[in-house]
Design a protein around this ligand. Structure first.
Ligand SMILES: Nc1ncnc2c1ncn2[C@@H]1O[C@H](COP(=O)(O)OP(=O)(O)OP(=O)(O)O)[C@@H](O)[C@H]1O
Ligand SMILES: [Mg+2]
Length: 302
């Protein structure tokens, strides 16, 4: 089990699993760690869709100022888990604990009010609006009852500059005219701007090219450095080892392993994703191996 102190401590400096070449980013704690506890804790979280038990008994701690990568094979329950946190699905059982207090997140609005923002691939932005309008959507400042366009543009510019998003030529460009990486950067910056203390991203780099992926990975790292808790779902283990401080592995709806990224290597992550267990794991990472059925070899690239 990951204990509260384990989940909350700043990870050891210089993580660089042999051969991974990861940057070993260590992030300062944000102010979301109430009394050193993780910002978000899931306890016994379960979700059933009729006969399908998509998630069961998930215990997970998500600390502020760190990137938690959520990995697992297709159908493992990753999207279901984040949808429970984002207020899309109500869990069938278990608790969501936010800053030490149990909460009910019944709608995306509830999640947003708590400070939880979710970035879904391709669904995050309105193509026909410009970058400023997209970033401020639903949070527009007003002056004398009118939209304060100047303040909106300044806020959007400042946020993009803070996060070093430098590749967009004009904040008045429509989002439909941006590249995939630029779109995703705007979506992530938008989430970071809306005082979200937890930013969740489902496959943020899927379908992006190499340089666009770099842009988004750098942004994810900067969000964590600024104190946000970040949960990233990714199938790409290169990306995972580039940005993750912690790795959590789902297998057939159960969380079978989680711990500091330094305590995994690619092979162990692949083993756990495909069989629910690994003999190659470092001793420090938490393991929840039970009598799990062996899965067929799904040919994960290592
Ligand atoms: N709305 C739904 N109704 C019924 N079953 C669902 C629903 N959403 C998900 N499931 C089931 O729950 C399980 C977990 O699905 P989920 O989408 O969370 O997996 P995932 O880990 O995100 O997979 P992928 O990597 O393919 O995106 C699957 O067996 C899926 O068929
Ligand atoms: Mg999914």
């Amino acid at each position: 089990m990951v204990t509260p102190s384990d989940g909350a401590r700043p990870a050891a400096a210089g993580r660089a699993p042999s051969g991974q070449g990861g940057p070993g980013q260590r992030h300062a704690a944000g102010d979301g760690r109430a009394g050193g506890a993780p910002l978000l804790r899931l306890r016994g979280l379960g979700k059933r869709f009729g006969p399908v038990q998509a998630l069961s008994g998930v215990d997970l701690d998500v600390p502020a100022g760190q990137v938690t990568a959520l990995v697992g094979d297709n159908g493992a329950g990753k999207t279901t888990l984040i949808k429970c946190v984002a207020g899309i699905w109500e869990p069938s059982e278990g608790e969501i604990i936010w800053k030490g207090h149990p909460v009910h997140v019944r709608t995306p609005r509830d999640a947003s009010a708590l400070g939880i923002a979710t970035v879904y691939q391709d669904l995050a932005l309105c193509d026909n609006l410009d970058i400023v309008q997209n970033m401020m959507l639903g949070h527009e400042p007003r002056k004398f009852g009118l939209l304060d366009e100047v303040a909106m543009e300044l806020t959007a510019r400042r946020t993009l500059a803070d996060l070093a998003v430098t590749t967009v030529r004009s904040v008045r460009q429509t989002v439909g005219s941006l590249s995939g990486g630029q779109r995703q950067s705007v979506a992530v910056a938008r989430a970071g701007m809306q005082e979200a203390q937890l930013v969740i991203m489902d496959e943020p780099t899927a379908a992006l090219g190499v340089s666009q992926t770099e842009l988004v990975l750098a942004l994810i790292t900067r969000l964590a450095q600024r104190g946000h808790a970040v949960i990233v779902i990714s199938h790409n283990l290169n990306d995972v080892f580039r940005v993750a401080d912690r790795i959590a592995v789902l297998y057939l709806g159960r969380l079978v392993a989680d711990g500091p990224a330094a305590e995994f290597d690619r092979q162990s992550v692949v083993d756990i994703m495909t069989t629910g267990t690994s003999l190659r794991r470092g001793s420090g990472a938490s393991s929840r191996e039970g009598a799990l059925p062996a899965a067929p070899d799904t040919g994960w690239e290592v």
